[in-house]
Ligand binder design. Structure first.
Ligand SMILES: Nc1nc2c(ncn2[C@@H]2O[C@H](COP(=O)(O)OP(=O)(O)O)[C@@H](O)[C@H]2O)c(=O)[nH]1
Ligand SMILES: [Mg+2]
Length: 443
């Protein structure tokens, strides 16, 4: 018999309603001790029906709703009772206290979800999708989490595992009855299965490049000489006065990172200190950081003042930027023009002109304008690592040209186990605990 756990499942603070949830064998027994409803007086409780009634506090009652989910048809797979109460933080804590006094124990972070996983209600990757969903700050993340939550990865991994299982069965027949089987033929058919498997896994893992950007956003550095209008452009992109703009050279001395969502994609803009030789120690550090952001970002907006020709400093800076990431942004197009560059975006931060073109260019350059959101994207590093290792293990079979039946058997089992870590089937307790400890309280 497991403990019956209880926790407040809504955020602490005031709101319209709060939900206090219990899960475990005694959930209903504890609820009956504290909750009174006329409708429940002489009749059995109907699962999934909301009951209006009174929750007994010390000297008062809270008028609230109660719902019961009968095992195994609940989130955790256990008996679950939820109270929907008025949304007061103190009140929610009081209700929770009463449940604890009546025999429930406080749930740890993610304990409801962990029980759901342990009771086979969801796989580990699906559980991880729920955190991603809660933490999502863009449409792209919601889309990716939704695919994961609906078992798209789980199914793909299972399919590959099933194929491996067939291959293993094949091998084991050959191992058990060497006299009846053509060994070479078994090995060939197993290798064909492995070729297909590795292809599927690679296709899946290739989506991680985009998946990472979906999760963490695309990093876009705004670089250029002092006073070309980098901070003004950042403000225009964000549609707010975030960075300090002055006509004093070297105003932005540190890098500034701001994230916004454009057409569902998260973009992290990094406003940098203008790159120039400086004696000022703070500015020098800023310039160093700017150089680093050029290297680390996915896209570099190279800002130039189009009312002036490029000078040596500009040309030096241009050389440090990887051409594949480079986007020329010619600012101050409201002034008489001197500079023109093929493929450049002409903007005026001052007049807020053509700023949208910068966003569109970012989507185009990252190929996010073509991304198919209905496809599964690997956003989670843990899944990526497991896929990568499984791929390496399969490739090793080919590179070492393994022909011995039992070594082949062992290696395929290793791949099967690695894939099982994604769904949780073969994940060890430490990994599982680590994942659920990152969940919120009451989840
Ligand atoms: N005429 C004009 N002036 C601008 C434009 N963008 C920025 N400036 C001016 O250029 C100066 C430097 O701008 P700032 O954004 O601080 O440049 P940063 O040093 O590159 O960050 C300020 O005086 C801005 O008002 C623009 O599009 N047109
Ligand atoms: Mg600046």
């Amino acid at each position: 018999m497991t403990d019956t756990i209880a926790q407040i499942s809504t955020p602490l603070g005031s709101g319209g309603i709060a939900i206090v949830r219990m899960s475990g064998d005694d959930a209903l027994k504890i609820a009956h001790k504290l909750f009174y409803s006329k409708k429940l007086q002489n009749s059995e409780i109907t699962p999934r029906l909301l009951y209006l009634g009174d929750f007994q506090l010390n000297d008062a009652t809270e008028k609230c709703m109660m719902v019961y989910f009968k095992a195994p048809y609940s989130f955790t797979g256990e008996d679950v009772v939820e109270f929907q109460i008025h949304g007061g933080e103190y009140l929610a804590t009081k209700v929770l206290d009463e449940l604890i006094n009546a025999g429930a124990v406080l749930a740890k972070n993610g304990e409801f979800s962990k029980r759901a996983f342990l009771n086979g209600k969801m796989s580990l990757d699906e559980a991880e999708a729920t955190i991603d969903m809660i933490n999502a700050t863009s449409d792209a993340e919601i889309n990716a989490s939704s695919r994961l939550m609906h078992g798209k990865l789980f199914q793909k991994v299972k399919d590959v595992q099933d194929e491996l299982k067939d291959a293993l069965a094949n091998l084991e027949v050959a191992l058990d009855y060497p006299e009846h089987d053509d060994e070479t033929q078994s090995i060939e058919s197993v290798k064909q299965t492995l070729k297909n498997a590795v292809l599927t896994l690679k296709q899946l893992d290739n989506t991680h490049e985009n998946g990472k950007k979906i999760k963490f956003g695309v990093d876009v550095a705004i670089v250029g000489k002092p006073n070309v209008g980098k901070s003004s452009i950042l403000n225009a992109l964000l549609n707010e006065d975030r960075a300090i703009v002055t006509d004093v050279k070297g105003t932005t001395r540190d890098t500034l990172k701001e994230t916004i969502s454009y057409k569902g994609l998260k973009i992290n803009f990094i406003d940098t200190a203008g790159i120039r030789e400086s004696e000022d120690i703070v500015e020098k550090i800023g310039v160093e950081k700017s150089r680093k952001s050029i290297e680390e970002s996915d896209i570099v907006l190279f800002v130039l003042d189009s009312s002036e020709d490029m000078d040596d400093e500009d040309i030096q800076l241009e050389k440090t930027i990887d051409k594949r990431k480079l986007v020329y942004v010619l600012n101050k197009s409201d002034k008489p023009q001197k500079l023109s560059i093929d493929g450049a975006i002409y903007v005026s931060a001052k007049d807020n002109k053509n700023i949208d073109q910068i966003f569109e260019e970012i989507l185009k350059k990252t190929r996010f304008d073509k991304i198919d959101y209905s496809e599964l994207q690997i956003t989670n590093k843990r899944h990526h690592e497991a896929l990568k290792e499984a791929i390496i293990d399969i490739e090793e079979i080919f590179s070492r040209d393994i022909k011995t039946l039992d070594i082949l058997d062992m290696q395929i089992k290793k791949v099967w186990k690695k894939l099982g870590e994604i769904t949780g089937e073969t994940a060890n307790e430490t990994i599982i605990d680590e994942i659920f400890s990152k969940f919120c309280l009451g989840k």
